[in-house]
Structure formats: structure tokens, C-alpha cells
Write a protein that binds this ligand. Structure first.
Ligand code: ADP
Length: 302
């Protein structure tokens, strides 16, 4: 108030003269006035304001609503629609192509070729199911429709199951290692959700290591918690993106310049699940060197 009261809007608000003519001014106050979305440069950041105005004999009353956050979310959502369409269309095209080839009577296929085409159908259907599952999980989390089944569980057992499942479809250039201390105590957690988060970490690390490398899952005892960490030697994440990758729909490379697809939902789901189990989740990463994703869950006492 000290800075602006008593001053002319044009002096107090940078850029005001440029946007003023675009603001619709009503003659009488109404419940739903006509508004205009306009950008203002405020203290070095761009704010998107929804502005309405009513003229009185004594002057004009302007009402501002800051919609910067809504606009950013809207942008992410529109990126999301295009990535998801891509994520659905690519496997569908592969499945359709394989099925058509299998159907052709004029094209003799040997056993190996048939097995290859069936394998394409199986893996691509799996990819489709994962994408659809991510979307379902995200919407369940939004609607608070998640039941947790928290109990005392051996973290080593949970991690081992994830590692074994991941070994089955590991690319040739990626090695998966599991490291676990002897003193890792039982945790208080929902076992399915722990596996879901770990699987998401491992899948990401394999996916974002296009040149291959070692993915290592490790378990470590902390004061009152067990720390799960999964590290890779892949693309890494620029510092400016590290905080945002846990946000819904956020992807570092939405335009697929690096050719790795995804929905931007996996880490959001992971963060929400860990939070609901009273844990913490974070990432450490260096661009082009690799990333380490970690979470800690409370030790079961008694
Ligand atoms: P996505 O389906 O896009 O992989 P996630 O929510 O799992 O969605 O991840 C969000 C973004 O974080 C990814 O788009 C990617 O840019 C980045 N990311 C996640 N894991 C890694 C990793 N291990 N290495 C590099 N980038 C990663």
C-alpha cells in the first residue's frame, strides 16, 4: 500500500498504459462482469491477471484476479493431452500393424516371425495398460479414493520383488543391481504402494538411460526410517526442473526431443503415495551424469 496508494495507476503499475485500453469497463456493477486476461510484468515475473472494471462518477474500480497458476496448469494439461494421445497412438499403431500382418493369408510367416509379432502385441498392450493405469491412479488420488493397507513389512522383500520383475524386461545395455545392508528393519507401509513407487523409479531410470548403464536399488537404515534409493547413469535432470518433476503432468521434455515418452504422472503418483505413508521423497541429479531418486518410510516400532 505504501508504494502505490495516492499514485496514478500508470505510475504505480508497470505496463499499465499498454494494457489499459484492453480492459472492458462496465457502467454498472454486475455479478459476472466481463473480464480480460492480460499479462503484466511484476517484479521480474510474468503474472496473468483477469481484470474487470466498473466506472463510477468518481472514477473506475478495477478488480484483479491472479490466474498465473491456473494458466500454468492449463498449459501443462494441454501438453498432457498431446503426450497422452501420442502415448496411446504409438502402441495402438504397433498392435494394429502386427495384427494385420498376422491376418494376411498371402504372406507366409514362419514360427519365429509369428512369435515376434505376438511379442509386439503383448509388450505394446502392456504399455497401453500402464498409460491408462497412470491416468486412473492420478484421478483416484485427486478424488481421494485411495485406500492404504498399512502394516509391518520387510523392505528387502518388497525391493527384491521389484528387482526380479524388472529383470524380465531389462534392455540389454542396462544392468540392474540390488544393494542392501544387514541391519534394515521392518517398515510401516502399504506393501503394494511401496512396490508401485519403486517400480516407477526403476522403470524411469531404465527409460531415461537410452545409452544404457547401471541402475542400482539400495536400502539403508536411517534414524527412524528406511531409505530406498534408485540411481542411474542416464540423462539426468537440469536443476531448474528437479523441483517440478513431481508435479502432475510435468515433463522435462514434453516435445519428445529426446524421444522418451511418458505421461508426466508417475512421479506425481509416487509423491502422493509416499506422502500418504508419512514418508518423504526427493531427487538428486546432475545433467548428463545421472539421477538418484529416494524415499524414506518410517520404521515399524514394537
Ligand atoms: P513420465 O511418464 O514422463 O516419465 P514421470 O512423472 O515418471 O513421468 O517423470 C516426470 C519427468 O521427470 C519425466 O518426463 C522426465 O523428464 C523426468 N525424469 C523422471 N525420472 C528420470 C530419470 N531417472 N532420469 C532423467 N529424467 C527423469
Amino acid at each position: 500500500a505504501e508504494e502505490v496508494v495516492g499514485r496514478h495507476a500508470a505510475d504505480a503499475i508497470p505496463g499499465w498504459t499498454a494494457i489499459e485500453p484492453s480492459i472492458p469497463v462496465a457502467d454498472t456493477p454486475t455479478a459476472s462482469p466481463e473480464t480480460e486476461m492480460l499479462p503484466l510484468e511484476l517484479k521480474g515475473r510474468e503474472a496473468w491477471l483477469s481484470i474487470a472494471a466498473v466506472a463510477f462518477a468518481e472514477g473506475t474500480v478495477y478488480a484483479f484476479r491472479d490466474l498465473t497458476a491456473d494458466r500454468a496448469l492449463e498449459e501443462l494439461r494441454s501438453d498432457f493431452v498431446s503426450t497422452v494421445s501420442h502415448e496411446l497412438r504409438t502402441p495402438l499403431a504397433a498392435i494394429y500393424g502386427a495384427a494385420l500382418t498376422l491376418q494376411r493369408e498371402d504372406l507366409p510367416l514362419d514360427e519365429a516371425q509369428r512369435a515376434n509379432l505376438l511379442a509386439v502385441i503383448a509388450t505394446e498392450s502392456d504399455r497401453l495398460a500402464r498409460t491408462v493405469n497412470d491416468i486412473l491412479w492420478a484421478s483416484r488420488l485427486d478424488a481421494e479414493r485411495i485406500q492404504l493397507d498399512v502394516g509391518t513389512h520387510d523392505p528387502r522383500e518388497l525391493a527384491r520383488m521389484v528387482v526380479e520383475a524388472a529383470q524380465v524386461h531389462l534392455p540389454e545395455n542396462v544392468a540392474l543391481r540390488f544393494v542392501c545392508g544387514d541391519d534394515v528393519p521392518p517398515i510401516l507401509a502399504d506393501p503394494d504402494k511401496v512396490r508401485q513407487v519403486l517400480t516407477n523409479f526403476v522403470d524411469n531410470e531404465v527409460k531415461y538411460s537410452p545409452e544404457g548403464g547401471t541402475v542400482e536399488l539400495s536400502l539403508e537404515r536411517r534414524d527412524h526410517a528406511v531409505r530406498f534409493s534408485v540411481s542411474d547413469e542416464g540423462l539426468g535432470i537440469p536443476p531448474s526442473d528437479q523441483r517440478r518433476i513431481f508435479d502432475k503432468f510435468y515433463r522435462v521434455d514434453p516435445n519428445l526431443t529426446r524421444g522418451v515418452g511418458g505421461t508426466g504422472l508417475g512421479l506425481y503418483i509416487s509423491r502422493e503415495l509416499v506422502r500418504r505413508m508419512n514418508g518423504t521423497i526427493w531427487v538428486e541429479s546432475r545433467e548428463s551424469e545421472g539421477s538418484q531418486f529416494s524415499f524414506e518410510l518410517p520404521v515399524a516400532t514394537g
